[in-house]
Design a protein around this ligand. Structure first.
Ligand code: ATP
Ligand code: MG
Length: 318
């Protein structure tokens, strides 16, 4: 961690959540929010709360939604100096409603919001020249502004001995964009730590079988794979060590959004702080599980003390 902060690049937004299950937003209904959100912001919030040095590159509007995000990130100890404040465009937003089957309906204002209005600046360059780790979210692969920054940040951070992690976070819409697959392949090739969820493991390797996918990725140069398995917990694979598995903690799920991002933020931070794999994995599973017990995408991210208390008080799922 002494090498410098963990950097993440991408969308910052607010989320407004329907309080009743159902389909979409074609009728008036009760809503709750705004909550600070965006996969990179959730990841960073969890890093900061665990005491890891963290800095986010992105943009918000000159409005309350933007201020809400900046306030939260600062409160969590995240550097916000490389977050722009766009004078013209509003902060990104997403309205979210859960269907009874767990599917989600969204109304997004992202691509044409402040969330996408940033790029490579002298400030970002200076930040990269003291960063020790780059975490890339799959959502950034589909965002021209984020990719521009990542494309330049990656070789700089690597050249100074920094490491790279990648959470594919693939949605099927992303795969239709012809630019995405080569970026995805590049991130798989460049990352030291891969954090796939379920079948993203096989997609990353281009192999049907999970075991063969793990072998191919480790062979290809990924040092560590932390496979997220939802309510089945998570497993870490490395080249010269047996897999390490953690069951999921038994919690009541109130809002599943952000589990994977909190898992990643906790795992990366714990590893960068020097914790062994098994301990980092326990914290990561606890971070994911604790986050789903609170409504709002990052409301349940925990500090080290909160996660210790959570682990002590919570059993594993049967
Ligand atoms: P997301 O849905 O946020 O994209 P993801 O698919 O990337 O998440 P998940 O596997 O859903 O990742 O969640 C990450 C980790 O959080 C899991 O490995 C698990 O340890 C924990 N977790 C997630 N959901 C639950 C749950 N309902 N109960 C207990 N633990 C959970
Ligand atoms: Mg999931």
């Amino acid at each position: 961690d002494s090498l410098g902060p963990t950097l993440c690049v991408g969308e910052i937004l607010v989320e407004i959540v329907a309080t009743t299950p159902g389909c979409g937003f074609r009728a008036p209904q009760p809503l709750i929010g705004p909550y600070p959100s965006g996969a990179p912001a959730i990841f960073m919030s969890q890093c900061g709360r665990l005491g890891g040095a963290a800095a986010l590159v992105g943009c918000v509007g000159d409005d309350d939604f933007g201020q809400l995000n900046l306030d939260r990130l600062r409160q969590d100890g995240v550097e916000t100096g490389a977050i722009g404040i766009d004078p013209e465009y509003p902060t990104g937003s997403a309205f979210v409603r859960y269907r009874p089957d767990g599917q989600r309906d969204f109304v997004f204002n992202l691509a044409k919001s402040a969330a996408a209005r940033f790029g490579w600046t002298a400030g970002t360059e200076a930040l990269c020249d003291r960063a020790g780790h780059l975490h890339v979210m799959g959502t950034a692969l589909a965002m021209a502004s984020a990719w521009e920054v990542i494309d330049r940040a990656l070789p700089r951070i690597k050249a100074r001995g920094g490491s790279v992690s990648f959470d594919p976070n693939l949605r099927k819409e992303l795969l239709r964009d012809p630019d995405i697959l080569p970026r995805f392949a590049r991130m798989v090739a460049e990352c030291d730590l891969l954090l796939p969820s379920g079948a993203e493991l096989q997609q990353a390797a281009g192999v049907e079988d999970a075991e063969a996918a793990v072998a191919a990725l480790l062979q290809g140069g990924v040092a560590e794979i932390a496979l997220k398995q939802g309510e089945a917990g998570a497993t870490v694979y490395r080249r010269d060590a047996p897999p390490v598995h953690s069951q999921a903690f038994a919690v009541e799920e109130i809002d599943p959004t952000g589990a994977g991002d909190c898992f990643g933020g906790a795992y990366v931070t714990c590893r960068r702080l020097g914790l062994p794999v098994a301990e980092a994995l326990t914290y990561a599973c606890a971070a994911g599980a604790r986050n789903v017990t609170r409504r709002g995408p990052m409301e349940g991210a925990g500090t080290r003390a909160e996660l210790d208390a959570f682990i002590a008080a919570t059993g594993y799922r049967a």
